[in-house]
Design a binder for this molecule. Structure first.
Ligand code: GLU
Length: 506
């Protein structure tokens, strides 16, 4: 059996979408499960779409998720540019492999699988407009190529001359006419497409001496000995061409798996940044600031744990076939398989994403959570010793989804309220209740005694307690009164109550 080799081949055109991270994750899981290699390759042959910083963003995102490439990065964590034991196929950035591709494109021309095309942009535009005026769509293929300017219609001498003189020619794939391309996909099964519906895609461009995605992708997958191509569904329409390219080169094909799309929480369509902005969730792993200053939120900065993020991504499209939802990376590696990946799009549910983080927060040790919270407390100007913080964390972690919730849940354990929620005060700060609460607090030493006292007096427990809570926390919600008083102490509780009596008018 051949060693499994998979690759994640992003284009550095902006921040990596969470769907892209999922593609990387599924590749990684298959590599690890099958004891193979996970390769990172940067597909940057489209220089118009290159975005500075995107490559670094991709690498940092993968690192944050714990998806470490076996090949493709050097010892400094940058995209490998030279060959080493770990990186035998370097460079891993296609723009640096530019010299490799031309000969493969020309090999296809010699074999009759491709040809030189000299049509200028203006000529193609004209052909397009003409077709449109007749109600047709223009496709550069067997139906039209004989009336266009290319090495199939021009003489050998003319072709030679144009190749030498012009710098805007391309090499196009010669798509066969009316052939059934039969394909197999590990997720979608058997697929057939008639080649006449496809066009003569450009494979190589003289203008920038670069291959297009299709040629570079096939050549590199071959040279890098990729055995399985696992990528997003948006690449399925390219699969017939890729099959035909492998056949034309006479190379062994990898297996293919096209992953289902991530869909919007409501309605149909691909999950987009706009959905996230509208509904308040990130669609990117890390925060990203675009060149124009627009900021996009990231899961990391929103307070998600990387393992929770990985877990929730794994479940978007893959169904383990059991009730289990919480999986560590190790467990995912064990359980994951492509045959349990669905064909239909996976609807993203932002509440479920939060649920995952809540579960992971509960599983974190108090010590770890306290360590994560200490800097937040310091920033709030609160000096708290570790043991106190540990105790509080144990008390509140069940109520929190993110570490950033801790402060909102428990700030009043560190300082007295400056304000009181108006509607809670209107509801609970009633003269009668305040008088009873005051007396109960002043006449007893502990919360147990106080409760007993209130019961003995046959006062309304809820009303009295809510009055006290309002004085201690500034609102009618929060931790149990016994817990609050245990942390702040009886003296502080009395002080807060008296302050509320001064500040709140009954
Ligand atoms: N560069 C392509 C992308 O950005 C890779 C597609 C593939 O994996 O073949 O998604």
């Amino acid at each position: 059996m051949k060693r499994t080799r998979v690759r994640f081949a992003p284009s550095p055109t902006g921040p990596l979408h969470m769907g892209g991270v999922r593609t990387a994750l599924y590749n990684y899981l298959i590599a690890k499960k099958e004891g193979g290699d996970f390769i990172l390759r940067i597909e940057d042959t489209d220089s118009h779409r290159f975005v500075p910083g995107a490559e670094e963003y991709i690498i940092e995102s993968l690192r944050w998720c714990g998806i470490e490439p076996d090949e493709g990065l050097d010892e400094n964590g940058k995209v490998a540019e030279s060959v080493s034991a770990r990186n035998p196929h370097a460079p891993y950035r296609q723009s640096q492999r530019r010299s490799i591709y031309r000969k493969y494109a020309e090999q296809l021309v010699s074999g009759g699988f491709a040809y030189y095309a000299f049509d200028s942009a203006a000529e193609l535009e004209k052909a397009r407009a003409e077709a449109e005026s007749e109600g047709r769509t223009f496709i550069y293929n067997a139906a039209t190529r004989s009336s266009l300017r290319n090495s199939l219609t021009l003489s050998g001498a003319e072709t030679e001359r144009l190749i030498a003189e012009r710098d805007d020619w391309t090499i196009r794939f010669r798509m066969p006419e009316n052939e059934t391309v039969e394909m197999d996909d590990l997720i979608r099964g058997h697929i057939e497409v008639n080649s006449s519906t496809l066009d003569d895609k450009v494979l190589w461009k003289r203008a920038d001496e670069l291959p297009t995605y299709h040629l570079a992708n096939i050549v590199d997958d071959h040279l890098m000995e990729i055995t399985k191509v696992i990528r997003g569904e948006e690449w399925l329409p390219s699969l017939p061409l890729h099959y035909l390219l492998y056949a034309a080169f006479g190379w062994e094909r990898p297996e293919f798996a096209h992953l289902p799309l991530l869909l919007k929480p409501v309605g149909n369509g691909k999950l987009s940044k706009r959905d996230g902005d509208k509904m308040g969730f990130p669609v990117f792993p890390l925060k990203w600031t675009a060149a124009d200053g627009t900021e996009s939120r990231g899961y990391r900065e929103d307070g998600y744990f990387p393992d929770a993020f990985v877990n929730l991504l794994a479940m978007l499209g893959w169904n383990p076939g059991t009730e289990q939802e919480i999986f560590s990376m190790e467990q995912l590696i064990q359980a994951f398989s492509l045959d349990k990946v669905g064909k239909s799009g996976a609807k993203f549910n932002p509440d479920k994403a939060k649920w995952f983080n809540k579960e992971y927060l509960r599983m974190r040790s108090d010590r770890e959570l306290a360590a994560a919270w200490m800097p937040v407390l310091a920033a709030e100007g609160v000096a708290a010793d570790e043991n106190t913080v540990l105790e509080i964390v144990a008390l509140i972690k069940e109520r929190a989804t993110f570490v950033s919730d801790f402060w909102n849940i428990a700030w009043y354990l560190f300082k007295a309220p400056e304000e009181y929620v108006e509607k809670d005060a209107a509801k609970f700060w009633k003269e009668e209740n305040v008088r009873m609460a005051h007396q109960a607090l002043e006449s007893t030493g502990s919360v147990e005694e106080m409760e007993e006292y209130i019961r003995a007096m046959e006062w309304p427990m809820g009303k009295v307690m809510n009055c006290i809570r309002l004085a201690l926390t500034g609102s009618s919600s929060g931790l149990g009164i016994a817990e609050i008083i245990r942390f702040i102490g009886r003296e502080e509780a009395l002080m807060r109550f008296r302050r509320a009596e001064e500040r709140l008018i009954v």
